[in-house]
Design a protein around this ligand. Sequence first.
Ligand code: SF4
Length: 234
Amino acid sequence: MKSIREIAADPNFVKGIYNYCDRWCEKCPFTSKCANFALNEDRFGDTENRDLNNKEFWNKLSGIFKETLEMIREDAERLKIDLDNLDKVEFQPMKDNENHYLIQLCLQYEKYAKAWFEEPVYIELESTKSKKIELADAFEIINWYMFFIGVKFRRALSVSPDDDEEFRFIETNGTAKVALIGIDRSLLSWNILVQHLPKSKYLLEIISILSKIKLVAENQFPNARNFIRPALDE
Ligand code: SF4
C-alpha cells in the first residue's frame, strides 16, 4: 500500500485537481489524474469495504487518520508550530457569510428544491419507476448539486484577505466556477422536468431562484467563468 505522500508525489496526478471539481467521482472523466481518487481506490477500492458496518473499512480509515496525523506533526515541526500548545495560537475566525445575499438565495433554493422532492408528483414517479432515463438523470443531477452550490459559494466568499494574492484568485475563482457549473447543470435538469412533468408554478419558481443565484454569482465573481481549472478545463 502506497503512503499518502507517495500518492501525492506521483507526477501522473494533476496537483490539486480535487479542489475545484464537483466531487462526483462516479461521473468524473479525470479519475486517472486525481490523487484523491487514487487514494480512495487504494484504501477502499473493494466495494464490500465501503459498507460502513465493515470492520475493515474503519480499520483502514483509522490508518489514514494516523498517517495524516503523522504528516501534520511533521509539517508542524517543520513550521515550528507547537501542536500541544495550540491555545496560544490565534486563529482567524471564518468570515460569516450567512447573511450574504448570495447565500440567502442558496438557502432559499435548497429549501424549495428539497421540498419539491417531497411533492406527490415526484414520489409517484419514484414509486412507479415509470420515469424515463432522462428524468432519472435530471433528478440525480439536481440532487447532487442541491447543497453543493451553497457550500462552494460559502467557501469562495470566505477566502481570507490575508492569504497571498495568487492563492486568493485561484481559490475564489476555482471554487466559484465549480458552483456555477453546478448551477448550469441543475438549471438544465430543472428545465427537463418542466418539459416532461405537468406544468407547475412551483417548478418555475425554483428555476427563477436558481437563475437569480446564477446572475448574482456571476456578478460577485466576474472572473470565475473564464478561470481555467487545471486539467478540468484544459
Ligand atoms: S477530480 Fe474527479 S476523481 Fe478527483 S475528487 Fe474530483 S470528481 Fe473525484
